[in-house]
Design a protein around this ligand. Structure first.
Ligand code: COI
Length: 359
């Protein structure tokens, strides 16, 4: 943060220029806040006025009382999105209406006022344009956007917040996992903890779904696993998802991914990969995937905004490790779908689905 705080705040006209002016090493982007964008968007909701029109302001603290609902009872949903430079010289987002809809669905589940789709998309696009200098050159990474809806008003007894804040901030990022984008990751199947239970909020992008996974994720990382795969809470039999992404399993030309049963995050990348794979001749089934079947599959990969498409090098379950890829080499379908998706996203390939949104 100290590094970035010295950077001048860019006005909108300057930010529209296509050559990034900030002093960022584009060849060394990780997934963190080293290169946090200096302009954020903030809107406020009150019962009298509903959502105000919001405004861009310098990246900085949000003001909340210790009694803020979100700090005590966790009323919070977030989104992950990416802005990229495209081969046609545009600055593009990917299916922002989908994030808006998911944010609104999560807001309903957590008794928060949803933001209108148009305002959500406009807020993200405005934040992107104001921070254009933080969008890496094509192929080097993206400006990761984090829209956040919070019960920011004070309350003591358990109940919904009296007021809400919506904010969007961002940072220039590269690959999510530390080995780099196309390096396969090793995953371990969690045997004790669950990510979500039926009837809970696993199908929303609630902040509260992400802190319970830390204990298992940190333990896994100590043993050199990149992340953890969760099983269903009822039977401990079927794959659910990874802490940070959805999971797919391929055998021959058939790809399976767990269905959206309410405990699985409805990933935008997940939905897109299903359509993209079908359009490329794969049979894609949204049905329960037994962990024992996954251990026998030809290939496993994960998807998410942050991870994009990531090849799984190995799965470890009850002490047995099954390797899927040759050392360091991404699985063939993961590589095919990663390439197809990222080329479409950056206007290097046709977009027959109309998914690319120009800012
Ligand atoms: C994303 O993929 O955008 C997410 O929000 C996942 C998060 C763990 C980085």
């Amino acid at each position: 943060a100290s590094k970035t705080s010295r950077r001048p705040l860019l006005c909108r006209a300057q930010a529209a220029a296509t050559t990034p002016k900030v002093n960022i090493n584009w060849d060394n982007l990780g997934f963190g806040l080293q290169d946090v964008a200096q302009t954020m968007y903030v809107a406020e909701w009150s019962p009298e006025k509903g959502w105000d029109k919001g405004a861009l302001k310098p990246y900085g603290p949000l003001h909340m009382m210790p009694s803020a609902q979100v700090l005590n009872y966790g009323q919070s949903v977030f989104e992950g999105m990416k802005a990229q430079r495209s081969a046609k010289g545009n600055i593009v987002l990917f299916r922002p209406d989908r994030n808006a809809a998911r944010c609104a669905a999560g807001a309903e589940r957590l008794s928060m006022p949803p933001l209108p789709t148009e305002q959500f998309v406009q807020a993200v696009a405005d934040t992107v344009r104001a921070n254009a200098d933080y969008i890496p050159p094509i192929g080097k990474g993206s400006l990761y956007l984090r829209p956040l809806l919070l019960g920011s008003g004070p309350i003591l007894g358990l109940g919904p917040a009296p007021s809400y804040t919506f904010t969007v901030f961002g940072a220039a990022v590269g690959a999510y996992f530390k080995g780099g984008q196309l390096t396969p990751i090793d995953l371990i199947v969690e045997e004790h903890f669950h990510r979500a239970a039926p009837g809970g909020m696993g199908g929303t992008k609630a902040a509260g779904n992400y802190s319970p996974v830390l204990v298992t994720q940190l333990a896994a990382k100590k043993n050199n696993y990149a992340d953890v795969v969760y099983l269903d809470a009822k039977t401990d039999t079927y794959l659910e998802e990874v802490s940070s992404c959805n999971i797919f399993v391929r055998s021959g030309k058939t790809i399976k991914t767990p269905p959206l049963s309410g405990t699985i995050l409805p990933g935008v990348t997940r939905a897109s990969i299903i359509e993209l794979a079908r359009s490329r001749g794969y049979e894609v089934l949204e049905e329960p995937v037994a962990v024992t079947d996954a251990m026998e599959a030809d290939e496993v990969f994960t998807t998410g905004t942050a991870v994009v498409v990531c090849s799984v090098g190995s799965l470890t379950y009850r002490g047995n490790k099954r390797a899927f890829t040759a050392e360091g080499q991404a699985g063939s379908t993961a590589l095919e779908l990663y390439t197809a998706l990222t080329q479409l996203q950056t206007e290097q390939a046709e977009d027959p689905f109309g998914w690319v949104y120009k800012c």
